[in-house]
Design a protein around this ligand. Sequence first.
Ligand code: NAP
Length: 810
Amino acid sequence: MSKILEIFNTMEYGPAPEAPDAVKAWLDEHNRKFGLFINNEWMTPKGAKFYPSYNPSNGELMAETTQAEKKDVDAAVASARGAFKTWSKTPGVTRARYLYAIARNIQKHSRLLAVLESMDNGKPIRESRDIDVPLLARHFYYYAGWAQLMETELRDYQPVGVVGQIIPWNFPLLMLAWKIAPAIAMGNTVVLKPASYTRLTALLFAEIVAEAGLPAGVVNVITGSSSAGSMIVEHPDVDKIAFTGSTDVGRTLRKQTAGSGKKLSLELGGKSPFVVFDDADLDGAVEGVVDAIWFNQGQVCCAGSRLIVQENVAGKFIQKLKARMEHMRVGDPLDKAIDMGAIVDQSQWDTIDGWVKTGIAEGGECFQPNIALPEKGLFYKPTLITGLDPAAATVQEEIFGPVLVSLTFRTPSEAIELANNTRYGLAASVWSDNINLALDVASKIKAGSVWVNCTNQFDGASGFGGYRESGYGREGGREGLFEYLRPKWMERPRPEFTVDSKWGAHTPTLPTQPGVARANGHSLPLVDRTPKMYIGGKQVRPDGAYTTTITNAKGKIVGQVGDGNRKDIRDAVEAAHAAHVAKPGWAMRHGYNRSQILYFIAENLDARNAEFVKRIVEMTGRTQKSAGAEVDAAVERLFSYAAWADKYGGTVQETTLRGITVAVNEPVGVIGIACPDEMPLLGFVSLMAPAIARGNTVVMIPSQKHPLSATDFYQVLDTSDVPGGVVNIVTGDRDHLVKTLVQHEDVDSVWYFGSADGSYHIENESAANMKRTWTGYGLPRNWLDREQGEGHEFLHEATQVKNIWVPTGE
Ligand code: NAP
């Protein structure tokens, strides 16, 4: 025992241990052996295999849990499906009561949850008690509110169905809350699989939910290996997969669900920048770094793992940071006065250590403080690696441990370039006392969450999710609801498709055989009006110099168009990209300007109404009345999106931050759009207009069968002040052209309204760089109907939400 005088002299912390007794009692009550939680009951399958859960801070075996097999996954899905019948019909106000009861129950069992979380995962009790568990309750309160409001505020939507949810080990309770709360609030039922390293709190949570009286089958928790996860993903009766985990597994899931019509949201990895300007409060920023990278031992998807400091203060900042690191306390997670607990598992410890060695081999200088670690357990020192090249693997790859790399910059534009020099885009932190600079940089960093002069802020009222290879979809906030909803008019797509190894192959078309009549009655056109491609605001010849003939329903020739190839698509993407980033790019123009241009397009289309009607009649053989209705609807649709151009900018989120959290609906970037064959003009306009209204630039592949309405549209665009490159149009074989779009690194999203087979291939190919996709699965959509042909579904696809957090006050 230290003497008071010694303590006074050293100012050492004494131990402040949290008692594990209640957790041990709970584990003992279950004989330290757990079954699966299905239909509100514990179920231990006959002949089940078990998996050990260890406490990473001392290696003690805590309990064993079941390895679910196929029949168990089937039972859990069947239970969820059974419950869906009544739960989806249960009034929102009643569902709200259940969520509220769960939130209350979480609060009542908060200590047990927090202690178990720390013992199972290794995170400090300070974090599980003060962050994870309060946020767990907060999510259920927040989404209880949306259940209450669903019938009035989301009346055009219905639940998706049975949702398979797969979560990682770094925030077992929080990830579970992000997934279960919005899902059940919206009337879905759930089968959740926790990560193998951290299975126990999900099982305790299941009991707490049942105790709160949630009807059986609404929440099922099954434990198992990655293959059990895979079985959930492949299960035909699962309607949506919500996944949080590594980008590599996310890629696998995208491929597995491709073409199936299952909704998919992916919250993946990150390598988030932490940018410090020379005018920042450097001491504050040092504390920020501690929270950014050593929170949860750095095992955080949005960890600020890339420090980017302005060169003129870099030396001073690193010195302060090193001094602070010497005072970090690493130790028993149940000690209330430690900063960092244990790494979750030996294999993760080895991975982290491997990365540190790589960093040194890559020329980095490694600093670890001279602090004591407990003798036993999986502890790792806070680590800083300086002097690395921005392209070094240690700077580019997610380490998922307490390892910070640091770079320097001179100018704000260099800082932005370095911050965006990553395939990820999950989060960022910007530190400057110049609010104008900080907000400008925040708006230019490509990431789903940007924290200004703060870091790692989360709340139920704000969405969280990635750009680029950090995934898609949002969790939290109103924006997170969309993942668990389907428009009311839409059935669950169950497309039938075949996988074609030659998908997208195309041989250019040959001249039309003699004897094919022309629809206009002439044996030959008097003047050749064969349109070219429309790229960068100009008409350009198809690169391949091939032309394809367009015939009508009766087989008569109505015209010819260019037969586009890969090169045409690349040129179009380049033009779209240039128009997007030009200064000021299309995205930088204000909504008022974009709306005026859309009104102008509408006006000019209407001025040529009769001409477009004639063309549609000629191409499709439909009646004058039907074609007239299509053109009128296209004009109206342009008016709708002219209206939306300055009315979908975002919201101020009502989070718990003392300050402002703003959700900005940013454009996605360059969108490739393959249009449907039905309604050749209206389909084209219904997809182009929302995309450009919200600041995206587009590469349009018009209807393959009836492309002439789109090629006639060149002149409408030319006369409507649309800047070159905002809309690019490439005609030809839809699947051949869209294949290049989906494989193109500079295309941010692909919308595809072709066949079921094509939808499969688009989703499958998109996994390569985790591109966003929106496919129609070859199913009919009534483009004339405003509910199906315009509105929020389209605007949602045309935007990605960035949440910017700005604390206020001195
Ligand atoms: P992981 O290996 O991808 O595993 C995540 C979950 O997926 C686990 O439950 C795992 O089960 C399961 N799984 C693995 N392979 C599967 C497959 N083929 N099919 C279906 N399920 C499969 O990730 P992790 O190591 O647990 O977590 C770390 C990663 O999560 C990091 O990359 C981190 O950035 C990311 N993360 C992202 C967010 C976010 O919001 N963006 C939040 C937290 C973490 P087993 O455990 O049984 O293998």
